[in-house]
Write a protein that binds this ligand. Structure first.
Ligand code: SF4
Length: 260
């Protein structure tokens, strides 16, 4: 049968090791509605770019190196994969048919309750979500990404309802997200989702700066230094301690959550 779904793909990494478990075939979707101040992929923002590819063409690349992915699978990232919902769903549906582990790396941008059924259908074919919670406080989220957090938080709620495991990702940025109150609020936010199975705290780095120059864009965090893995470890401790406290409190009040 002809493959009717076409996607706009920024690039594909054949041997990804940081976007989900094992060695992965990582598909970077073109287009993102957020404008995170620390974004190191500004070349994925525009919706007009990217290479037009069919689902089968994307999966052909996977099949070529299939043996390498036996402990890994396929990850959709970006850009924002949810912005190409039909294509993403078809890609994951066909991947699932072939026994491929599917992982969705998303910030939840674009989520709308009106499309609840469409997202529910997608989630039937998702094995793992890497949920990039940008900021745990409303104003901070708007300042950091240009958009409020309601959509992403509602999307995470739907992931929970679909019983898809979720690893929370969080980029630690000096003066923006490394503030203890923000970190504690993130722990509390995470504790409210019963499907959280892990937490990755990623230290801010400046590797994307040259891309801004190439695109003729001003770099919003000029002069902000990179953070170290030790600082990320400290932040992880603050988040997890608030997470455990909140889980305890929720259990004490009879609120049902999963185990982490
Ligand atoms: S969501 Fe990701 S791709 Fe989009 S602006 Fe933020 S960091 Fe960049």
């Amino acid at each position: 049968m002809a493959d009717s779904k076409v996607g706009y793909i920024h690039s594909i990494e054949s041997f990804g090791t940081v976007d989900g478990p094992g060695i992965r075939y990582v598909v970077f979707f073109q287009g993102c509605p957020f404008r995170c101040l620390y974004c190191h992929n500004p070349d994925t923002w525009k919706f007009s770019g990217g290479t037009e590819m069919s689902v089968d063409a994307v999966l052909e690349g996977y099949e070529r190196n299939r043996e390498f992915y036996k402990n890994g699978g396929l990850t959709a990232t970006g850009g924002e994969p949810l912005m190409q919902l039909d294509f993403l769903t078809e890609l994951f549906r066909k991947a699932r048919e072939r026994g491929i582990h599917t992982c969705l790396d998303t910030s939840g941008a674009s989520y709308a309750e009106s499309k609840r059924e469409v997202y529910a259908f997608l989630l039937r074919f998702v094995d793992l979500v890497l949920m990039d919670f940008k900021h745990s406080q409303r104003e901070g989220h708007i300042r950091l990404t240009g958009a409020p957090p309601d959509g992403p938080w509602a999307f995470a709620r739907q992931v929970e309802a679909a019983k898809v495991p979720m690893i929370v990702r969080h980029v630690l940025v000096p003066g923006i997200t490394d503030i203890p109150e923000q970190l504690r609020d993130l722990g509390v936010l995470m504790a409210g989702y019963g499907n959280v199975v892990g937490l990755d705290v990623l230290p801010y780095h400046t590797m994307g700066v040259s891309k801004y120059r190439e695109l003729g864009l001003a770099y919003p965090l000029e002069g902000v230094p990179s953070l170290t893995p030790q600082e990320a470890k400290w932040a992880r401790g603050v988040i997890l301690s608030a997470f455990r406290e909140e889980r305890k409190r929720l259990r004490g009040s009879g609120h049902e959550t999963g185990s982490t």
